[in-house]
Design a protein around this ligand. Structure first.
Ligand code: SF4
Ligand code: SF4
Length: 437
């Protein structure tokens, strides 16, 4: 695509990078067919190509974001299916991230939206505040229909998404969980924010698998939210600050006893951490260290799949529908490993039809765009039902919560199944099912 940025505009490294991305697009439109919002809405402006044009127009003309453009940018899930499809290697992720930051800087949203986004940005990345807010959400749940009626649909969606049971807190950092037997490796595990509050059992399962196979696990001091929640809201500085905190935390371990990998059980967070090198590339104090951290980041399935001789004990050969989280399949290009390791653990793994399409979770999307998110969830649940699984496995807490809200079939993280298959407890969501097998 031809662009016409001035030299002065290109002096801004963000604009220069976006210009490169825009030039790579040959506007062939292949990406539209796999874009969930285009599939649902059929509007070119809600397709990757349409959004690329809108972003080009804003950036090239130094135009502030407008009420006409912002809804199309906001409706993008950042699912990155378009990146998988694109034959020209257009790095849509970095382009939409830049566009979101531009919207945040140049557009004043309606009051309710501003408040809502500010609350999300403050509460979700903070474990203590988030835990407290879940108690409040639990009490306010019956008000959801009323909030829908008065037009506060996103608040109603948040209440509906809040779990009815809040599990006891999992292990918190800092701590070191020693390997059982001879130590064969040493990894850091991201504790993070939301996942550690609503699904602490996932990291606990990962820790048991790793330590059982001789891997020491470190929850590094000072590590916390990866920054992706605020990043997707266009709050660039807050996202970079979160990234710097984590880089500091993990560098302490890398330069101390050393790390073989930094493992992440929430693939949305993993995609962001793997991008730390890019995010902090213009920060002279952090660029090099951010690159080192990003190079060590792995999805937990990548690492576990490489463990020699998984110590599998007998488990029922349940049929598992594997849902590939977008951040994992499109963001990190990891499609094989989680399924391989589930198969090695004795499960019968089935792909979900139309598996490239997002479930509608997408970070905070299911709160901010509840109607589209629901339509995608219902579509996903119907596709899953076609393979008649006993259980659904997804490698991202957002997808687990989203899909579980639309089906009676239990939804778990692959590590919960692998832990069970290698001698750990039955996953909580499967207890009733296992009693009847
Ligand atoms: S598939 Fe790639 S090159 Fe073609 S329109 Fe989409 S982003 Fe542009
Ligand atoms: S990231 Fe997903 S929703 Fe956004 S344009 Fe690409 S395919 Fe469409």
């Amino acid at each position: 695509m031809q662009t016409s940025f001035t030299l002065a505009q290109l002096a801004d490294p963000e604009v220069a990078e976006s210009e490169k991305i825009l030039r790579a697009c040959v506007h062939c439109g292949f990406c539209t067919a796999t874009c969930p919002t285009y599939v649902l809405l059929g509007d070119e402006l809600d397709s990757p190509r349409g959004r690329i044009y809108l972003i080009k127009d804003m950036l090239e003309n130094d135009r502030p974001a407008t009420a006409e453009v912002v809804p199309h940018i906001d409706r993008c899930l950042s699912c990155l299916a378009c990146m998988t499809t694109c034959p020209s290697g257009v790095h849509y992720m970095h382009l939409i991230d830049h566009a979101r930051a531009h919207v945040e800087e140049t557009y004043r949203r309606p009051f309710v939206e501003r408040v809502l986004r500010a609350i999300i940005a403050k509460v979700l990345p903070d474990r203590k505040l988030f835990r407290l807010s879940l108690f409040a959400a639990f009490l306010a749940k019956p008000l959801a229909p009323l909030l829908d009626l008065v037009g506060l649909t996103p608040v109603a969606a948040m209440l509906r998404l809040a779990p009815t049971k809040i599990p006891p807190p999992g292990r918190v950092n800092p701590c070191v969980i020693p390997a059982e037997g001879e130590r064969r490796g040493r990894v850091a595990l991201l504790t993070g924010c939301v996942a550690s509050v609503i699904t602490p059992q996932i990291n606990e399962a990962a820790i048991r698998i790793l330590t059982r196979h001789g891997i020491e696990v470190v929850l590094a001091e000072g590590e916390g939210c990866c920054g992706s929640l605020v990043h997707h809201l266009g709050r660039k500085e807050e996202a970079l600050q979160a990234a710097r905190h984590n880089v500091d935390a993990w560098m302490g371990e890398i330069q101390g006893e050393g790390l073989d990998a930094i493992l992440v059980t929430a693939s949305g967070c993993g995609t962001t951490i793997k991008d730390y090198g890019y995010m902090l590339r213009n920060d002279p104090h952090y660029a090099e260290r951010a690159r080192m951290v990003a190079a060590l980041a792995r999805d937990v399935s990548e690492y576990i799949n490489k463990i020699n001789k998984l110590m599998v004990v007998a488990t029922p050969a349940l049929v598992v529908a594997y849902h590939g989280a977008c951040s994992l399949q499109h963001g990190q290009k990891i499609t094989r490993e989680p399924k391989e390791v589930l198969s090695k653990s004795g499960f019968v793994v089935k792909d979900v039809p139309d598996g490239h399409l997002c479930c509608g979770s997408a970070g905070t999307y299911n709160m901010l765009q509840p109607q589209l998110a629901m339509a995608l969830r219902d579509r996903k649940v119907a596709c899953i039902a076609k393979v008649a699984p006993d259980v659904i496995a997804a490698g991202n807490v957002g997808c687990i919560t989203q899909i579980a809200g639309g089906t009676e079939i239990p939804v778990v993280h692959p590590v919960e199944l692998i832990d069970w298959a290698t001698g750990g407890p039955v996953p909580g969501a499967l207890r009733r099912l296992v009693d009847t097998v």
